[in-house]
Design a protein around this ligand. Sequence first.
Ligand code: ASP
Length: 439
Amino acid sequence: MEIKSFKDPIPQVTYLVKKKLWAQVLVGLFFGLIFGLILGPETGIVEKKISEIITTWLSIPAHLFLKIIQMIIVPLIFASIIRGLLSAGSVEQLRTMGIFVAIYFVVTTAIALGIGVFVATTIMPGSFIDSSKMLESLEIDETSQLVENVEFNFLDIPEQIIGLIPSNPLTSFMSGEMLSIIIFALFVAVAMISLPKKKSEPIMELLESVQGITMKVVSWAMRLAPFAAFGLMADIVSKVGMDALVGLGTYMVTVVLGLFIMMLVYIIIIKVFAHRPILSTLKMMKDPLLLAFSTSSSAAVMPVSLKTAEDKMKVKPTVSEFVIPLGATINMNGTALYQIVAVFFLAQLFNIELGATTILLIAVTALMASIGAPSAPGAGIVILSSILLTAGVPVIGIVLLLGVDRILDMTRTMINVGGDLTACLFFDRQIKGQDLSEG
Ligand code: ASP
């Protein structure tokens, strides 16, 4: 992350826009907004029909962006989950600590999801935009998109649980049933961990290539992002007007508020369960948190988190060396929280009512999807498409969120990293004095 220092702000802005994708997306968003206002009926400069033709063409990059992401999402998630779980280290470590750490990760992610549902349903960020105009703008036929909302029925639960295990994983791959794919990946990962390394290594290398290739394709799609943001913003603002901006602003506030509440949960864990002083512990976390904010990548911060845990927090290396790398890859409370708010926001926007069973399904998928999200900038929004598919919410909505994603990515990555450090402190306290490395 090299940002050159310029005394003059103008060259600095030029540098950012040239080098940084998020700055380009912001510029795209801004010009899209202006262009949308010009095309809109309020100004009366352009005839409605002509404006419609222009915006249809302008929204091509947004659709292309989405198609490319959808094209690679299945292999990406499959490879990321298996690689994430296998990064846990030795079978021995997994046996001694693995199950407790896994339970802790699941519990904290569930708390994050609960907070997400709470803020999204209380603030209702999606209700600030006129949904009928929105549907018209994105050419979505209201009736065709509504998912069948199954009423919550206890009798259905056993059948649904059984249904989660795919009888034919290839069918799940072909129809993009995310949850079944994720569960299949979990089975494969656990089996690979239990095998001798020599036997699982070829598949591991293959998956590494698959992940690398899919991420490369994502990086190409990302180049379209500024144009996608421009076109979609122009399209939406020309039809929905300034309401679109108010809605997006409220959505951002909702996510940030949720993340802030999650930080309070960490503070409680640090104080009550890890018995550490709050202020000085937060001060120790400062470096990795700031780095997370500026890089938007848990993977990039991982070495610094490890150093902070060991040198400053004096966490036992057996704990930190297991929890930090594993946490950086699979424990993403911030991402899960953000994803659930995004799903609710878009569902509200598209007038889709989410029933109890659907919410449960979304939460489970978000839990798994946050495990499957690579710890890279913007990964959360790419993986979001899989949850939207599960929820029956139009995936095109992602492009709308793309414009404001960078700032949310920076904030959620901070929470992801904070979560791993908190987990370290928690386990350091629980595994009192049994430093396995010494024994
Ligand atoms: N950028 C996040 C991380 O690396 C992942 C995400 O996009 O949510 O932790």
